[in-house]
Ligand binder design. Structure first.
Ligand code: ASP
Length: 334
């Protein structure tokens, strides 16, 4: 009797270990879909983008392969991209109409659909970490402006002078925007203002089967001060639910909010029973494209399937999996 109990326990543990080694993780990232064309991202700067995107994937991989959570991974990955002036998030954010940087970010946990976000912050070095603090250390989902900044400071996050976010190229874009504005054409009502946008985001599935998503942005060049885009709006720019998938979006925020893009993809999977690929393709390349709303999304579902559709000419994107696959791409024809 004792022998058979011992044998059963032994078999049970073998299966458990086998199950763990079968567990896989997936991490997908984007660095925005604004004007990612060879004329602007020329051959001499392309390696910089590839290097930074790869670095962020490796940071996330380190967390996920050691059994870390998808939440930790997406936060860490987005922090790397926020710290890089190459992307419109954190350092290197675009300028508002009055020449300031106002940052938006959000994060969501697919296990319990808990979420947090900040909008219009001007001095928080890593807005994605502020979003996580809102999620985990406040009863709220979204904090804005001065309140979000004070909260971040009180929670011990790094606070910087607003000038930390300055980037000369973004400033030149802003000056161009002002010139266009003087001639009466800002492009702000254009659903496809590809030269004014950019964002970073990450979605992940960890070995415990939990999904998470995070998105961070400076918004759109020349945006009205106080304007909030889709990135910190749960359901529009970010969504994660273990029942379906995790999504992070990039594109013209007003259109992504009106079309509740990230949630629409998860809802199509849940209610229509379609695959991630079908749901994501439909939303980006049918629904949004029909109204000429430009952008894209990255997503991973609960089984580790990846989708990265975009209806712009390019989107900085990449993924890494536990099977050792790593890909980084930027243009549409790759
Ligand atoms: N979605 C962002 C916003 O509208 C911009 C972007 O993703 O490029 O604020």
């Amino acid at each position: 009797m004792n022998r058979s109990i011992f044998l059963l326990t032994f078999i049970f543990f073998i299966f458990k270990l086998w199950g763990q080694s079968e567990s896989h993780y997936v991490l997908v990232i984007h660095g925005g879909a604004g004007n990612v064309i060879p004329e602007r991202i020329t051959e001499d700067v392309q390696p910089d983008y590839v290097e930074k995107l790869t670095e962020s994937l490796r940071v996330g991989e380190d967390i996920l392969k050691n059994g870390g959570s998808s939440l930790d991974a997406v936060e860490a990955v987005v922090r790397v991209l926020e710290d890089s002036p190459l992307f419109n998030a954190g350092r290197g954010a675009v300028f508002t109409i009055d020449g300031n940087n106002e940052l938006d970010a959000s994060i969501m946990c697919g296990k319990d659909i808990n979420s947090g976000a900040v909008a219009s912050v001007t001095n928080v070095k890593n807005p994605v970490s502020a979003a996580r603090k809102v999620m985990e250390e406040s009863p709220h989902v979204l904090l804005i402006g001065k309140g979000a900044e004070r909260f971040s400071y009180e929670k011990g996050l790094e606070i910087v002078a607003p000038s930390y976010f300055f980037d000369q190229e973004r400033w030149d874009n802003y000056r161009e925007f002002l010139k266009r504005q003087r001639s009466g054409d800002t492009g702000m009502n254009d659903p496809s203002p590809v030269d004014m946008i950019g964002t970073v985001g990450a979605v992940a599935l960890d070995i415990h089967g939990n999904l998470a998503a995070a998105t961070s942005t400076g918004g759109m060049t020349g945006k009205q001060f106080g304007r909030v885009g889709d990135s910190p709006i749960i359901g529009a720019g970010t969504y994660a639910n273990n029942e379906s998938c995790a999504v992070s979006a990039t594109g013209h925020g007003e259109y992504f909010i009106r079309n509740v893009v990230a949630y629409d993809i998860t809802a199509r999977m849940k209610y229509k029973g379609v695959s991630l690929e079908e749901a994501a393709e439909y939303v980006i390349n049918n629904k949004l494209k029909e109204i000429n709303a430009r952008g894209g999304i990255i997503a991973v579902d609960k089984d580790g399937n990846i989708s990265m559709p975009f209806n712009t000419e390019g989107m900085f994107r990449g993924f890494i999996t536990s099977e050792g696959r790593l890909e980084v791409k930027m243009f549409g024809d790759e």
